[in-house]
Design a protein around this ligand. Structure first.
Ligand SMILES: Cc1cc2nc3c(=O)[nH]c(=O)nc-3n(C[C@H](O)[C@H](O)[C@H](O)COP(=O)(O)OP(=O)(O)OC[C@H]3O[C@@H](n4cnc5c(N)ncnc54)[C@H](O)[C@@H]3O)c2cc1C
Ligand code: SF4
Length: 491
């Protein structure tokens, strides 16, 4: 275990972030590194509690509790405490193909279920994970490996997000020849064109891993949309199996008056244009520069819009959330080890607070309509407070009359979640969808209704997290390998 009574001796500590007012001037990552000695103390806080919920990874009340890929957390905490970095790295790679991604962007359900978290702030699991893999890269331990034996089987993976990448990595390691199709011009899915650069560097982190996979033999076909640039019916002619990892990218819309005004955009269109402009060294197609921005949606995507707007030089930014503000501490109906539904300040809000003197979020607010000055261009948004009322067992928002307010806005970003996968390819392949419009494939076999076609990631489970996508990509690879070979050694 970590140090006996280490959790009593050492306080939870994270590496400091770059100062908000400094970091909004560029697009570089904002986390700094922690010195090895300090990190050892953080590893020492692990109690090796005997029932490590942190690595169990299951759904409790609909939210992840513990690590969905079952990282062997107490084991690597112990190695870090003792300074055995290579052993920690070996342990980490047993369960996670891409710790450099999860170590940066995972919301860390492991920490929400850490047993120490019942009485003290939890172990800094996510930061330790990130430090282990970055240490391994720095030492030159993460190198392309030669695949000893090829099976002669060919697999197509459609979509290059974390599910597609994890799936491709596992199948390649099992000896199959893998081709990953991606309709975008760059590989990475939402890790490339969704999550912004300051959270996950596109060249130094995402690109670094793609280069390793390429060197290990995975073929990437960017700018190739299956079902448009590459005929869907050719897939099963040219490949022995197919894994659909196409994501769940249909955004939820807001059907209110003025929706079609110039200046009202989906969050993803804004974030995508921002990252593309950064990487291509051009100007973004949609910009917040000099504008009053209203982000509708209080989740992670909304936070990324706030942070991106600040970096583009917006005049002001407000983030609207229809739900009430969460409590500061766990409530009785949200006990450990459930995901803690509490008020959190993420990087975007921290930056907005530094610029505007306050949290940009406004809670329990609904958008009533968009306004223009007769030109078709957005000038303002009418909002009102809501109260949540019980309507025959269902809680619904009801506008509070007399609270209407006009907020100036020249740019509105709709960040209200996603409603399912895009359907064109699924229809061409005649893939059955479930009641939520996701690809129907059960969680054991990952098989669709079509022989030889599997599905994983957001396309199967609905919009989720990078860590769940990795979990699904690995599991679908295992089942695909079993289908191809009759047996499998993949975990
Ligand atoms: C703005 C934003 C921020 C987020 N932040 C976080 C975060 O901080 N932490 C976290 O854990 N999760 C975050 N998420 C969620 C996370 O990114 C997703 O859950 C995850 O990327 C899903 O992985 P995936 O591989 O299933 O799909 P995706 O990443 O969506 O990848 C699917 C890929 O398939 C491609 N594709 C689709 N159809 C075709 C076709 N016919 N032919 C070829 N290619 C095709 C798409 O272009 C896309 O690149 C965020 C999501 C968004 C939108
Ligand atoms: S992948 Fe996420 S849940 Fe798992 S150990 Fe890392 S931060 Fe925790």
């Amino acid at each position: 275990m970590g140090k006996v009574k280490g959790f009593m001796e050492f306080q939870r500590a994270l590496p400091s972030d770059r100062e908000p007012l400094e970091r909004i001037k560029d697009w570089r990552e904002f986390h700094l590194e922690m010195p090895d000695g300090e990190l050892q103390k953080q590893g020492a806080r692990c109690m090796d509690c005997g029932t490590p919920y942190c690595h169990t990874g299951f759904l409790l009340s609909g939210m992840a509790s513990g690590c969905p890929i079952h990282n062997l957390i107490p084991e690597w905490n112990d190695y870090i405490y003792k300074g055995f970095w290579h052993e920690a790295f070996d342990r980490l790679m047993k369960t996670n193909n891409f710790p450099e991604f999860t170590g940066r962007v995972c919301p860390a359900p492991c920490e929400g279920s850490c047993v120490l978290g019942i009485i003290e702030p939890p172990v800094t699991i996510k930061n330790i994970e990130c430090s282990i893999i970055e240490h391994a890269f720095a030492e030159g331990w993460v190198e392309p490996k030669t695949i000893a034996l090829r099976t002669g089987k060919h697999v197509a993976v459609v979509g290059s997000g974390p599910a597609g990448l994890a799936c491709a990595d596992q199948l390649n390691k099992a000896g199959h020849s893998v081709t990953v199709f991606e309709r975008d011009d760059r590989i990475g899915g939402l890790m490339m064109y969704g999550i912004p650069n300051m959270k996950l560097d596109k060249t130094e982190v995402v690109g670094r891993r793609i280069s390793i996979m390429e060197a290990e033999g995975v073929t990437f076909m960017a700018s190739t949309e299956v079902g448009a640039d590459y005929p869907a019916d050719k897939l099963l002619e040219e490949f022995d199996a197919v894994v659909l990892c196409t994501g769940a990218t249909r955004p939820r819309d807001l059907a209110v008056e003025g929706r079609t005004f110039q200046g009202v955009h989906f969050a993803m269109d804004f974030l995508r244009s921002s990252t593309k402009a950064l990487l291509d060294a051009t100007s973004p197609a949609i910009t917040a520069e000099g504008k009053d921005v209203i982000v509708i949606g209080g989740g992670d995507t909304g936070t990324d819009c706030v942070a991106t707007s600040l970096r583009q030089g917006c005049r002001s930014v407000v983030q609207l959330e229809i739900m009430p503000r969460p409590p500061l501490d766990r409530q009785a109906d949200n006990p450990w080890p459930e995901w803690p539904k509490i008020y959190k300040v993420d990087y975007g809000q921290e930056e907005a607070a530094a610029v505007q003197n306050g949290d940009p979020r406004r809670y329990a607010v609904m958008t009533k309509k968009f306004l223009d000055a007769g030109t078709g261009a957005l000038t303002a948004v009418e909002v009102s407070d809501v109260e949540w009322v019980n309507d025959e067992g269902r809680f619904i928002p009801r506008p509070v009359s007399g609270t209407e307010e006009i907020l100036p806005a020249q740019l509105v970003l709709l960040a209200m979640g996603f409603i399912g996968p895009e359907e064109s390819l699924l229809q061409q392949l005649q893939i059955t969808q479930d009641a939520r419009s996701n690809i129907k494939a059960d969680e054991q076999s990952y098989k669709t209704n079509k022989q030889g076609i599997f599905a994983a990631g957001d396309a199967r489970r609905g919009q989720s997290l990078v860590v769940w996508a990795i979990n699904e990509g690995r599991a679908a690879a295992r089942e695909c390998d079993r289908y191809l070979m009759g047996t499998t050694c993949l975990p």
